[in-house]
Design a protein around this ligand. Structure first.
Ligand code: NAI
Length: 255
């Protein structure tokens, strides 16, 4: 259980959902996990749970869409650790906005700003901490970044951007021994899905889950820990010749 022994890893959006599960799994595999999230109270609870289980973790309040905040975060990481080995760009938001001609411009800007620009900014300021030793970056896209959905053009544009940004980064940094890959999750049981579709016991939430289950060949929604396992593969040396790839982990929806 030490596929990330002594690795310094940064995870954005680590307070809940996929980021939280990944922080736990990376720590179980011996990594030092630097957790960043705008939701500091929940993040602190996540970090305490990792520490209680014997893992190495720390909490940083961060809004990934703020360039000044990201710069200050990168400086703090450099001062304390000198370098990083793994970056998991996971922080993200999603919201339906209606058809494009009615889609609120502020919502479009907000989603692009957190999901796409946030991935760009965190990478921009943390890649210098990888240039000497190489490393692995994992960007969280979505099946909505490979195909499109009804009424979610902002999210589709942001996640489609992340899928291609992953390729651009892989090409830019291959010679620096930095691998850059993505994960495109299907529908995963997290607070994001609760906020988008409704809680599992609401009528809307139940209808949404039934429909998702029906279109998924594996016959169920995914679990955060199942995305964390894909992130672990991409973070570790097990994927040492994989770069520029986005792994679809959707239970077969797009098969
Ligand atoms: P979540 O809502 O549980 O986690 C997202 C985390 O990002 C939260 O802790 C939130 O506080 C944080 N965050 C949001 N905006 C932030 C900002 N500006 N700065 C820093 N932190 C911020 O949702 P989930 O599902 O775990 O999402 C993680 C990633 O997975 C997101 O990028 C999402 O788009 C992606 N994804 C999720 C899917 C799902 O079905 N749950 C499907 C496909 C992709």
């Amino acid at each position: 259980m030490t596929r990330l022994a002594h690795r310094i890893t940064v995870i954005t959006g680590a307070a809940t959902g996929i980021g939280q599960a990944t922080a736990h799994l990376f720590a179980e595999h011996g990594a030092t996990v630097i957790c960043a999230d705008r939701n500091i109270d929940t993040l602190k609870a996540t970090v305490e749970a990792i520490q209680d289980a014997g893992g190495q973790a720390q909490a940083h309040e961060l809004d990934v869409s703020s360039e000044d905040a990201v710069k200050a975060f990168a400086d703090a990481v450099r001062r304390e650790h000198g370098h990083i080995d793994v970056l998991f760009n996971n922080a993200g938001i999603d919201q339906e906005g209606g058809k494009l001609h009615e889609y609120p411009t502020e919502l479009f800007d907000q989603i692009i700003s957190v999901d796409l620009r946030g991935t760009f900014l965190v990478s921009k300021y943390l890649i210098p901490l990888m240039l000497d030793n190489g490393g692995s970056i994992i960007n969280v896209s979505s099946m909505s970044g490979l195909a499109a959905d009804l009424d979610r053009s902002g999210y589709n544009a942001a996640k489609g951007g992340i899928t291609n940004l992953t390729k651009a980064m892989a090409i830019d940094y291959g010679r620096h021994r930095i691998r850059v890959n993505g994960i495109a999750p299907g529908t995963i049981e997290t607070p994001l899905v609760d906020s988008l579709a409704g809680e599992p016991d609401d009528d809307d939430g139940k209808k949404f889950r039934d429909a998702q289950t029906w279109v998924t060949p594996l016959g169920r929604l995914g679990k955060p820990r199942e995305m964390a396992s894909v992130a672990l593969f991409l973070a570790s040396d097990d994927s040492s010749f994989v770069t520029g790839e986005t792994i679809l982990a959707d239970g077969g929806v797009m098969a």
